[in-house]
Design a protein around this ligand. Structure first.
Ligand code: UD1
Ligand code: CA
Length: 489
C-alpha cells in the first residue's frame, strides 16, 4: 500500500531528506502517531496469558507503555497491533477507550505487525513505534527522544551500549560512524555479535516513506520474519539520516521475553517505586522487602515493616504503622491506625487510631470505626464495626452492622448464610456478645444487651438484659470413663 505523496515525487523527497542538517529545539508541531506492537504470543514466557498482559507492579506490561504514552503532547492517535489473545488484551485495557486497535492475524515479525496499522497512520507526520513488552520506559524519555529528532525526514532509533547485549539487535555503523543498519542477534556474525551498542526498540519514522519501506521487507533471516529493524538499512542506503538517541538509563528499555526477565524487571520497577516513596518521606524498614502493585498515597510519619504488599489503591493517613507481612489492597487506613503483622486488608476502611491484627482478615465492604480493635484470627466481611468496638479473638463476622462500644467475645460467629441467601446481623451500641456465641441471621441485638457465652441466638435480643440459650449444666457423680480393650501386649 502506498499513500499519495504530499511533497512532490519520491525521489525529490528523498533528496530533500538526504543528510538534512539536524536542527535542534522542538519538534515543529509535527503530528505524531504512536504504534504499540503487541501481537506476539511471547512463546518464551511459556504462559497461556498473552505476553503484554503479564504484570509488572500489578499493571500489565502494555499498560505501562500506555501510561508513558498518555503523558506525551502532540500525539494524534495511539494504535496497538494485537494478535495472540487480542480479545483478552482489549478487555483488560477497557480503561483506554481512545486506542485504535489493529489485528495482525499471523505473527510474521515486527515489520509485518506495523504494516497492519498502516491504514490508520495516514495524515500523521511521523510514527513513534514502541513494543508492548518494554514496561519501564518513562514518559520524559520518550519526550526527549521526540524532541531530539526534529526533522520529519529523519529516522530516530533509541540505542544504548550495554554490557550484556544478548537478545538485542546490534547497531551497525560504517567507517564514518553513521548507522547503516540493525542486525538481529540470530543473524549476527561472531564479530557483529560482539557489538555492545543495541537497538532498544523505540523508533521514530517519517510516516510518508513508511509504507514503501514496509512493503519492501523480505523475511530473509534466521527466523523467516519481516523485521521492522531492516527498514533502517533500507533508509540508510537511500541516504536518510538515521539518528541514534542514547538513553541515560538503559534499564528503561529492557524488554520482557521470558519469566526470568519478567522477575528481574519487577525488581527494578519495585526499586524505582520505593525510591520515589522514600523521597516523599515514607519510612520503609527495608526498601528491598516491599512490593507495591498499585498506587500508594500516605500522610507524614507512616512506617512499613518488611514484606508488606500494597495492591490497587491504598491510602494511609498520618502516622500509620503497617506490620511485617501485611497485605493491603484497595483500602483506606485512618490517621494513627496500626495494622499488625500478617493481616490481610481488602476493600476496607480502617478508622483513625484503630488496631487490626495480627493475623486479621478484613474483606471487602468492611469499615472499622475509630479506635476499633480487631484481633488475631478474626475475619470480617461487609461489616461495619462502630467506634471503639472490639472483636479481639477468633471470630467470623459477615454482613453485620455493629454499633459503638460493642464487645464481641472470642469465637463469636454470625451465621449469615443459610445455603441460599445472605442475611444481616445488627448489634446495638454497648452490647456485649459472650464468647462462642452464634448469631443466626437475620437477627438483631438491642443496645447494651448482654448475650451469655455459648448461646445460639435465633431470635432478636431485647435491649438491656441478659439473654442466653444454654443447655443446663449437669454432673453424673462417680461416672467412669470406658476402659481401653486389653490387647494382651
Ligand atoms: C526486538 C527487535 C530488536 C530489539 C529488541 C528490543 C525486531 C526484529 N527486533 O527484538 O532489534 O533489540 O526488540 O527489545 O524488531 N510483535 C508483534 N508481531 C510480531 C512479532 C512481534 O506484534 O509478529 C511484537 C511483540 O508482541 C513484542 C514486540 O513486537 O511486543 C517485540 O517483539 P519480540 O519478538 O519481543 O522482539 P525481540 O526479539 O525482543
Ligand atoms: Ca522483546
Amino acid at each position: 500500500m502506498e499513500w499519495p505523496r504530499r511533497h512532490g515525487n519520491a525521489f525529490g523527497a528523498i533528496l530533500l531528506a538526504r543528510r538534512e542538517p539536524l536542527r535542534a529545539g522542538g519538534s515543529y508541531n509535527m503530528l505524531t502517531d504512536v504504534v504499540i506492537l503487541a501481537a506476539g504470543k511471547g512463546t518464551r514466557m511459556r504462559s497461556a496469558i498473552p505476553k503484554v498482559l503479564q504484570p509488572v507492579g500489578g499493571r500489565p506490561l502494555i499498560g505501562h507503555v500506555l501510561k508513558a504514552v498518555s503523558g506525551l503532547a502532540g500525539v494524534r492517535q495511539v494504535h496497538a497491533v494485537l494478535g495472540f489473545g487480542a480479545e483478552q488484551v482489549k478487555t483488560s485495557l477497557g480503561g483506554y477507550p481512545a486506542i485504535q486497535w489493529w489485528n495482525q492475524p499471523e505473527q510474521k515479525g515486527t515489520g509485518d505487525a506495523l504494516r497492519a496499522a498502516l491504514p490508520g497512520l495516514e495524515g500523521a507526520d511521523r510514527i513513534l513505534v514502541l513494543y508492548g513488552d518494554v514496561p519501564l520506559l518513562r514518559c520524559e524519555t520518550l519526550r526527549a527522544f521526540l524532541d531530539a529528532v526534529p526533522a520529519a525526514h529523519a529516522l530516530g532509533i533509541c540505542t544504548a551500549s550495554i554490557a550484556n547485549p544478548q537478545g538485542y539487535g546490534r547497531i551497525l555503523r560504517n567507517a564514518a560512524g553513521e548507522i547503516t543498519g540493525i542486525r538481529e542477534e540470530r543473524d549476527c556474525t561472531a564479530e557483529e555479535a560482539s557489538i555492545l551498542e543495541v537497538n532498544l526498540g523505540i523508533t521514530l519514522f517519517p510516516s510518508q516513506y513508511l509504507p514503501g519501506w514496509l512493503n519492501k521487507l523480505k523475511p530473509h533471516n534466521a527466523q523467516g520474519e519481516y523485521y521492522l529493524t531492516d527498514v533502517v538499512a533500507m533508509a540508510a542506503a537511500q541516504g536518510f539520516t538515521v539518528m541514534p538517541h542514547g538513553i541515560a538509563d538503559p534499564d528503561e528499555a529492557l524488554g520482557v521475553n521470558d519469566a526470568r526477565q519478567l522477575a528481574s524487571l519487577e525488581r527494578i520497577f519495585q526499586r524505582r517505586a520505593v525510591e520515589g516513596y522514600l523521597d516523599q518521606g515514607l519510612r520503609i524498614a527495608d526498601p528491598a522487602r516491599i512490593d507495591i502493585r498499585g498506587e500508594l498515597a500516605f500522610g507524614p510519619d507512616c512506617w512499613l515493616d518488611p514484606n508488606v504488599i500494597i495492591e490497587g489503591r491504598v491510602q494511609l493517613g498520618a502516622g500509620v504503622r503497617i506490620g511485617a507481612g501485611a497485605i493491603l489492597r484497595d483500602s483506606e487506613i485512618g490517621d494513627g491506625a496500626e495494622i499488625l503483622p500478617y493481616s490481610h486488608i481488602d476493600g476496607a476502611r480502617i478508622g483513625g487510631g484503630a488496631r487490626v491484627g495480627p493475623f486479621a482478615r478484613i474483606r471487602p465492604g468492611s469499615e472499622i470505626g475509630a479506635a476499633g480493635h480487631v484481633g488475631n484470627f478474626v475475619e470480617m466481611k461487609n461489616v461495619c464495626l462502630g467506634a471503639g468496638s472490639k472483636a479481639n479473638h477468633l471470630s467470623y463476622l459477615g454482613d453485620a452492622r455493629v454499633g459503638a462500644g460493642v464487645n464481641i467475645g472470642a469465637g463469636v460467629i454470625t451465621c449469615n448464610y443459610d445455603g441460599a441467601a445472605k442475611h444481616q446481623t445488627v448489634i446495638g451500641d454497648g452490647a456485649f456478645i459472650g464468647s462462642d456465641t452464634q448469631l443466626v441471621a437475620p437477627v438483631q441485638v438491642g443496645q447494651n444487651a448482654t448475650v451469655g457465652a455459648g448461646s445460639t441466638i435465633t431470635r432478636d435480643v431485647p435491649e438491656g438484659g441478659l439473654t442466653l440459650s444454654r443447655v443446663p449444666q449437669k454432673t453424673v457423680p462417680g461416672w467412669k470413663r470406658p476402659g481401653k480393650p486389653d490387647t494382651g501386649s
